[in-house]
Design a protein around this ligand. Structure first.
Ligand SMILES: O=P(O)(O)O[C@H]1[C@H](O)[C@@H](OP(=O)(O)O)[C@H](OP(=O)(O)O)[C@@H](OP(=O)(O)O)[C@H]1O
Ligand SMILES: Nc1ncnc2c1ncn2[C@@H]1O[C@H](COP(=O)(O)OP(=O)(O)O)[C@@H](O)[C@H]1O
Length: 366
């Protein structure tokens, strides 16, 4: 299992090929070639016109392909989160809109045992009016990556959200509309009349209608190798459904499932000896699963925007149910559920393979 980026290429192989072919094609337009001897029989004007056309055509093709190639250097895609929060940057980085709490977490994480599980953090940068966090692009150099974002923990709201909901609550129409779109019957008559819900009400509803509350994580989205994005996992509630989704995401590939499984076991170990983890309430953070067609696979911890240090509580266990005021987040409950689901997926494939082997032996001995 790799702990660094899955695959890096600098310069991109397609780009270097293009540069080579461009160099050789400009050379052939100067050097004698069979093509040139044909042109020698035509009028000078026609020849130079053709040359110019061919040159401009090949430059157009070159630029189009280079643009395509550069775009392909990063397969960056935003599976979840706030649209417009990210910008692509040079040199295998992504820029995420600055948040003080996330930058503070990343600072600590760079010297914590969790560092191999977190994208590299390169500090801050300003672009126009905004400040950004410079992060390693986890998809840089990958061709056709498959990605899955799992939001971790038994709740995705901070405890202060409950207080906000009780004291001078802000009713949000956008969140009400998101609920109406999914299930209008989930709203009370009063909420329909107000056409608004508090953020806590919305997030709590999301958590209890998904696997978050019961399993300690939920699948936010999956991108397959063809670029198709699936986000219809929010109502998954059972281990069987999660296992089926993992089999779909990995296309039943045993080695990919095994790689993910061992990476999560390693993460579990690192979390247990991480001072950062002991001292922080981790809310709304995701595990980003990434593999590519060569079947290299890795998992990364991302999004520390709602991760906060403990002040009045000494440390968290992360593997016990949450009660208000405890600040427990259930992160380890989610990790255990994910590991169990991966084990189930691995067993089901091993079982199928064994059945195939047995039936092959039976056929050959008949
Ligand atoms: O995923 P859906 O169901 O659309 O709901 C989103 C997520 O819960 C966001 O959390 P995350 O960033 O962890 O994905 C949250 O942002 P916060 O991080 O601000 O809580 C959004 O709150 P608003 O941004 O307030 O709308 C909320 O609308
Ligand atoms: N370092 C990274 N490299 C590649 N993709 C990333 C990286 N960080 C985030 N992403 C992508 O962006 C999405 C949203 O990231 P996240 O940090 O959760 O944003 P938000 O704080 O807006 O919720 C993830 O689901 C993932 O697809």
């Amino acid at each position: 299992m790799e702990e660094g980026p899955l695959q890096r290429s600098s310069p991109h192989p397609i780009l270097s090929k293009l540069l080579q072919s461009s160099a050789s094609s400009s050379c052939s337009s100067v050097c004698a070639s069979s093509g040139e001897s044909d042109e020698a029989s035509e009028g000078e004007g026609t020849v130079s016109q053709r040359k110019t056309l061919r040159k401009s055509h090949s430059w157009k093709t070159f630029l189009t392909m280079m643009h395509w190639s550069l775009k392909r250097q990063s397969s960056f895609v935003q599976l979840a989160g706030h649209q417009g929060n990210f910008q692509l940057s040079d040199g295998g980085e992504v820029l995420k809109l600055y948040s003080e709490s996330e930058a503070a977490c990343l600072d600590i994480l760079m010297t914590d045992p969790l560092r191999p599980f977190v994208p590299q953090y390169y500090g801050l940068i300003s672009r126009g009016e905004h400040r950004y966090i410079r992060l390693e692009d986890l998809l840089c150099g990958l061709k056709s990556p498959m990605i899955m974002d799992c939001k971790m923990g038994v709740r995705t709201y901070q405890e202060e959200e409950i207080k906000n909901a009780h004291t001078g609550p802000l009713l949000r129409k956008d969140l009400y509309q998101k609920m109406v779109k999914v299930d209008p019957s989930a709203l009370t008559a009063e909420e329909h009349a107000q056409m608004g819900v508090t953020k806590w009400r919305y997030l709590h509803w999301r958590d209890t209608t998904s696997s978050t509350s019961t399993m300690g994580f939920r699948i936010e989205g999956i991108m397959m190798e063809d670029g198709n994005i699936h986000r219809d996992f929010k109502k998954i509630l059972t281990f069987t459904q999660v296992t089926e989704t993992l089999l779909f995401f990995t296309r039943h590939q045993l080695n990919v499932l095994k790689s993910y499984h061992s990476r999560l076991l390693a993460l579990d170990e690192a979390l247990k000896c991480s001072p950062f983890f002991r001292k922080h309430e981790v809310i709304g953070s995701s595990l980003l699963f990434v593999h590519d067609p060569s079947n290299k696979a890795s998992v990364w911890m991302i999004d520390f925007g709602k991760t906060t240090p403990l002040l009045e509580i000494n440390e968290l266990k992360h593997n016990v149910p949450w009660t208000e005021g405890s600040r427990e987040d259930g992160y380890l409950l989610g990790l255990t559920s994910l590991i169990t689901s991966l084990s189930q997926a691995i067993s089901s494939i091993s079982c199928q393979q064994q059945k195939h082997c047995d039936s092959d032996i039976e056929t050959s001995t008949e």
